[in-house]
Design a protein around this ligand. Sequence first.
Ligand SMILES: Nc1ncnc2c1ncn2[C@@H]1O[C@H](COP(=O)(O)OP(=O)(O)O)[C@@H](O)[C@H]1O
Ligand SMILES: [Mg+2]
Length: 236
Amino acid sequence: MVLEVDRAVVAYDGRPVLDGVSLKVAPAEVVAILGANGSGKSTLVKAALGLVPLSAGEVRLFGTPLRRFREWRRLGYVPQRVGAGSGVPATVAEVVAEGRLARRGFLRVASAADRRAVAEALEAVGLAERAREPVAVLSGGQQQRVLIARALAGGPELLVLDEPTAGVDAASQEAFAGCLDRFVRDGGTVVFVAHELGPLRPLITRAVVVHHGEIVHDGDPPETDNDHVHPHAGAA
Ligand SMILES: Nc1ncnc2c1ncn2[C@@H]1O[C@H](COP(=O)(O)OP(=O)(O)O)[C@@H](O)[C@H]1O
Ligand SMILES: [Mg+2]
């Protein structure tokens, strides 16, 4: 298994927001995590990456318990955006090059392989011709694609993305779908959080619906983009 979350409990200030969640992801799966705002989707993803502590349960990445896991280059993570614009004046290529840091170490100068990986990642998200521009001049959707390219540049086996398509223009959604398709065909595994599946629907192999900190559905994707908001509707 690429990822195993076993009866994970996460509590903030004593309040459980993940309540014994179990999830397994096999190689080459594309798993969409759906659910209403505040249901615990981001917390589940962060728990799976060791970014929030578990109060009970266990996580294994590539078969290794999280506390012993060190091969971070096998993972790419695109966090949920909190407002647009970091205020940091960086070019598109500079941001994507950060995705090579786990591989090259902080003191070594970028190699030809690093530069090639950055160029390929930008190509993959359809931004090759914008490499030298400041990130700030790009649209929200294009900036999101820069972050995806940064995750891809490290050559991960598992890509975890938190709401990569939220508030993103249609062109960027299509570019993202094409890029995910190629990533998976090259052997990658994807877990992403989404509100609406849109153009990603044909790519996903499984949908997991989180509701009040629990997984209430794990299997076929919902038929329409509104189904997951009311996971029990239509069950009767
Ligand atoms: N750092 C935090 N401290 C306290 N409460 C938090 C924190 N992060 C999230 N929460 C709460 O945990 C619940 C789940 O949040 P989250 O995982 O972000 O949900 P989702 O991603 O599904 O919108 C929400 O009620 C949210 O307010
Ligand atoms: Mg979230």
